[in-house]
Design a protein around this ligand. Structure first.
Ligand code: TYD
Length: 235
């Protein structure tokens, strides 16, 4: 494992100063029921098989403060929440997660897989709730201290079917927000991907988990250090 990691760092150094002292940060985005968690767990297993250290994180949550905020945000019993109050709660959870978990994990050279990151605030609170995008971007940048994922995988699929899959389990406060809201969120994610196409890769989320996992892996391989380690492990 240690040898793999030092090889990863050595390889990263060949690709430029931005990646020399840190691991790789990947975020997953998408609407409700888009299959993010399944894809994250498949990718985590593949990367671990290649000898990499994988750290999982999720938003909102991932720290004690974040999990408390998550419970508040998702509980239908919380009732009406002002859009700005909602945004600030997500940002608070994000600030804590970034400093407590993501930055330290990246500093050890791990691959961090994060289930949602700041693009969710832009899509849900911006495009979904209608708060000004510039305001959200400023808060995103403050909560993350400017940290950006090396790659964001946007799992995009048919919105209605996504919602059906989500509502077969329990329905939380955001899932219950309505059809039009979720259409705006999907449109928002696609706009974000268009505006930042180098970072955000749109993955067709239709098909079996194995088919989608192949698409995810194909995108991941465009990150040179991961391509190298996966190839060395014959994956
Ligand atoms: P979760 O149960 O994790 O949903 P999913 O499995 O779809 O990720 O709930 C997270 C909810 O919070 C989800 O509806 C998206 C929403 N959300 C925001 O509205 N803004 C944000 O910044 C984040 C991170 C999540």
């Amino acid at each position: 494992m240690a040898a793999r990691l030092s090889r990863l760092r050595y390889s990263a150094a060949e690709w430029g100063p931005a990646m020399t002292a840190r691991g790789v940060f990947l975020s997953f985005e998408g609407g409700e029921g888009s299959g993010k968690s399944t894809q994250i767990s498949i990718l985590a297993k593949t990367l671990e098989r290649a000898g990499l250290e994988v750290v999982l994180a999720r938003e909102p949550g991932g720290t004690s403060l974040g999990e408390a905020v998550r419970a508040l945000l998702l509980d239908p019993a919380t009732g009406d929440v002002d859009s700005r109050a909602e945004l600030l709660l997500y940002e608070a959870s994000r600030a804590q997660l970034t400093r407590e978990l993501i930055q330290p994990a990246l500093a050890t050279g791990a691959v961090v897989l994060c289930d949602r990151y700041y693009d969710s605030s832009t899509a849900y609170q911006g495009y979904g709730r209608g708060l000004p995008i510039s305001e959200i971007e400023a808060l995103n940048s403050s909560a993350t201290s400017g940290l950006k994922p090396d790659m964001t995988l946007l799992l995009d699929g048919d919105h209605q079917r996504g919602m059906n899959r989500a509502t077969t389990e329990s329905t939380d406060r955001l899932e219950a927000a309505g059809d039009e809201f979720h259409k705006r969120v999907r449109h928002g994610f696609l706009k974000i991907a268009q505006a930042d196409s180098l970072r955000v890769k749109v993955i067709d989320a239709e098909g079996t988990p194995e088919q989608v996992a192949k698409r995810v892996l194909a995108s991941i391989r465009t990150i040179p250090v991961l391509a190298l380690v996966l190839a060395e492990a014959d994956l």
